[in-house]
Each structure stands twice: as C-alpha cells, then as structure tokens.
Design a protein around this ligand. Structure first.
Ligand SMILES: O=P(O)(O)OC[C@H]1O[C@H](O)[C@H](O)[C@@H](O)[C@@H]1O
Length: 447
C-alpha cells in the first residue's frame, strides 16, 4: 500500500468530543461537494482543485527543460512575494541541505530570493553577492503589478544586462505571470523572455503546483514529477466520495472549526524539524488570507520546536487559553547521528549513548504534546513519513483542500483577499503614484 500522511486527533478529544467532530461530517462533505460543483463563494478561483491530476507530462518536461537552462547559472534569483514565492521556498528549504549555501562542490545553483521585501540593505547585499557570478532570474507575479517584486526586478534586470548584455540576459530571465494582463506580461513579451502563465482561476496562495512553484523547485534540483504525484494522490483521496473517516481534509477542516467555536482562536503550526520553517510560512498565508475576513477567522501562527520551546514555550504552556496546535511530525530522519560515549560523562548524557538524535527529538515531541494538552492546548498531529517531494506534495494538497472546506464552514469566501489592498492604497498615496494624486493630498493631511 502506498504510504500516506496521517492525521491523529487523539489529543483533541478531551476538548472536542468524537461525537461533536463526527456530527459535523455531513457539513464538511456538503462543502467539499460545493467546492467540486463550483457552486460556492469565489468559484472563479477553483483551478487548484483538480490541478495535480491535470498536469501533463509534457508541461512538466517543458518546465524541467527551462530549469535545466537556468541551472547552468551559479545563482538563480527567484523574484516574487506572498504566493509567488512562499510555496517554492517552503519546498526548497524542506528538501535542501541545512547548510546549502555553504556547500562548495555544488550540483545545483544557489537559489536566492528577492522582491519579498523592500529592504534596501537586502537588495544592496544581494547585488554585491551577485557581482562576478553568472546568474539568472525567475520573475514571478500573478497580477504582474505588485510593487515589491517589480522594484526588485527592475534593479536586478539592470544588473544582469550591465554585466552580460541584453541578448544574453534575455535568455537568463523567465517570467511567470497572468495570461493576458499586467506590466510583467507586457514587459516579458516586449523583451522576449520565456514566459509561463498562471491560470486565471488559480489564486496566488494556491499556485505552488503551477510554474510559480514548480520552476524554482526544479531549478533547485528537486523532482517536480514526484511532488505533483504526491499532490495527485491526495487530490484523489480527499474527494467528496471518500468517506469522512478516511478524508483527512474534511476531518482537519471540521476539527479546527469546532475548536474555534470553543474559543481557540489561534492555531499554531508546530514543527520539530527546522527544515519546515518556511512550510509554516506558506501555510500561514494560505490560511490567513483565506479565512481572515468579515471580522472572523483563526489566526495562523507558527513555531519551530524545540527551538521556540525555549522562548515561546512558556506562553504556550501557561498563557491565555485561546490556542491549539497542529504538529507536523516527520516520522523518519534521512540521516543517522548517534550519541557518542564519553568516559567522563561530565554533561551527564551517557544515559543516551547509542541513541539517535531523532529519538531524543521524538521524545521531546511526545513530552511537549502531553504537557501542552495538560496545559489546556488541544493538539492535532499530522505525521509525514519522511521529507520527500512525494509527501510534501501530499501535504500541500491536503492543506489546500482543507482550507477550501474550512473557509466554507466559516462562511467566508476563502479565495479572495480584499483586505490586502488597504496598505497598498496608502503606500501609493504617500508615494504620489500617478492616479493617486487626490489620495496623496488627503493622506498628507493625516500626517
Ligand atoms: O503574484 P502577485 O500578483 O505579485 O501577488 C503576490 C501576493 O501579493 C498580494 O498582495 C496578495 O495578497 C497575495 O495573495 C499574493 O500572493
């Protein structure tokens, strides 16, 4: 039998009973069906739903071929923000050597990111790093109009053209954007860049399995075919005809909403593996933008354990009881390090001799879960057999599917993000962007 990620609700049941969860099974199924029928809110953004099973081998080969060209560079800069960078970064970090950028004998280009902030020092330091190196750029923006990546790309494009000339630069730049609109689309067409299209009906935070995520992941040297296979497996295993008892997406969606109704307003995604830090960042955008609206929604937070047990652990154990945790537990480490014997035993660790570091980590995980449950923090556990492309694909689709169902249970439109515009309008007004002249005058009065 094919291995699969699993969801364990045992440490939730003293807070929300089995009967309460099962009592909502029909509702979850109903909303799952609404997703598949396309009859709910935001139904023009459901392109992600059957995406994994509809990706063709030819499409993946084309992405791989483009990746192979970029892989000839020493460095590839992925330009994008939000959904246009977090998915790629999440997968690449989860699969990479923890000291990747220090590796000398490299098989893969160094992948770095830009356009995910407006840090002047960040961009200056990136330019300094790129000096004298061969580099390529993947410029990703669904709308093609987002300020942060547009600004970074303008600077990086100039740097590349200045160093290798316009003709060579043209072949080292790939654009991933909307099918027909946006400044990036116009620019890519005019300059003759290789271009990939983000389907209209796939929103940014659901776009990791389009070229948005797949191209950078392939550039970093990871198997995008396996990633898509894992997602396709989960797509098939979360359809409405899969019974609730086996339908992880429905179960997760119901459980978190039942906890929310009981005052657990913050969900902390926990990992015990530092490679998953950015996976949690991706998850935060997915759930935060999908559910945080109409003055409701679980606040998605994240911690890295055991690191943060020594900083946030106190709050989680004894602070306000408005939280629950969803622990991503990776069953098997890829490598083996055993605790060595020490004749003097000055650190008192000889009781662990011969034990694997991962065994210690697992005991920390179990001990933490028990302590937190005792402290009033419900714990869901998602077990991932190991960190591979295949299981990450499963995990990605699981969270996407559960998010759609969960948003409908909450009665919001999970596929829009109107609230994100407020800061942009103010920023454009303050910067006196053309078209914002009146807003500029107004905002000046408030300062
Ligand atoms: O891909 P882009 O159009 O550049 O958008 C990048 C990101 O910024 C926007 O403001 C949205 O809040 C995000 O959902 C989106 O992923």
């Amino acid at each position: 039998m094919e291995k699969v990620i699993s969801l364990n609700l045992d440490k939730v049941l003293s807070f929300v009973g089995k009967a309460e969860i099962e009592g909502k099974a029909a509702l979850a199924k109903q909303y799952n069906e609404v997703l598949h029928k396309g009859s709910g809110k935001g139904n023009d953004f459901l392109g992600w739903l059957n995406l994994p099973t509809s990706i063709t081998a030819a499409h993946l080969e084309d992405i791989q071929a483009t990746a192979n060209t970029l892989r000839q560079c020493e460095v590839v800069v992925v330009v994008g923000i939000g959904g246009s960078y977090l998915g790629a970064k999440a997968v690449i970090e989860a699969l990479s050597n923890s000291f990747d950028w220090l590796q000398k004998d490299r098989k893969n280009p160094v992948v770095v990111y830009a356009g995910q902030n407006i840090g002047e020092d960040y961009i200056a330091e990136l330019l300094a790093f790129l000096k004298g190196k061969s580099f390529g750029i993947i410029n990703i923006s669904k709308s093609g109009t987002t300020t942060e990546p547009a600004l970074a790309f303008r600077i990086l494009k100039k740097e590349l053209e200045d160093s290798v000339g316009k003709e060579v630069a043209k072949n080292r730049i790939v654009a991933v954007t909307d099918a027909a609109r946006g400044a990036l689309h116009t620019l890519a067409k005019k300059e003759g860049y290789k271009m990939y299209v983000i389907p209209d009906n796939v929103g940014g935070r659901f776009s990791v399995l389009t070229p948005v995520g797949l191209l950078p992941i392939a550039v970093a040297g990871f198997d995008i075919k396996k990633l898509v296979e894992g997602a396709a497996f989960m797509e098939k295993n979360t359809t409405p005809d899969v019974p609730f008892e086996k339908n992880l997406a429905e179960q997760y969606a119901v459980t978190r909403n039942e906890l929310y109704k009981k005052g657990k307003k913050i969900e902390i995604l926990v990992n015990f593996n530092p490679k998953l830090h950015f996976f949690a960042e991706w998850w935060k955008q997915l759930y935060g933008e999908s559910e945080g609206k109409d003055n409701k929604g679980i606040y998605p937070a994240a911690v890295d354990f055991t690191t943060d047990l020594h900083s946030m652990g106190q709050w989680i154990q004894e602070g306000e009881r408005t939280i629950f945790e969803t622990v991503i537990s990776v069953a098997n480490a890829h490598q083996k390090v055993e605790v060595p014997a020490d004749a003097e035993d000055l650190d008192g660790l000889n009781f662990l001799v011969g034990k694997r570091v991962d065994y210690v980590n697992k005991m920390a995980e179990l001990g933490t879960q028990l302590a937190h449950v005792d402290g009033g923090v419900p714990n869901l556990k998602i077990e991932v057999p190991e960190l591979t492309e295949y299981y990450l694909g499963q995990l990605i689709y699981f969270f996407e599917k559960a998010c759609g169902i969960s948003g409908y249970i909450l009665e919001v439109n999970p596929f829009d993000q109107p609230g994100v515009e407020a800061y942009k309008k103010n920023m454009f007004a303050l910067l006196n962007k053309p078209g914002f002249e009146k807003a500029h005058e107004e905002i000046q009065k408030r300062l």
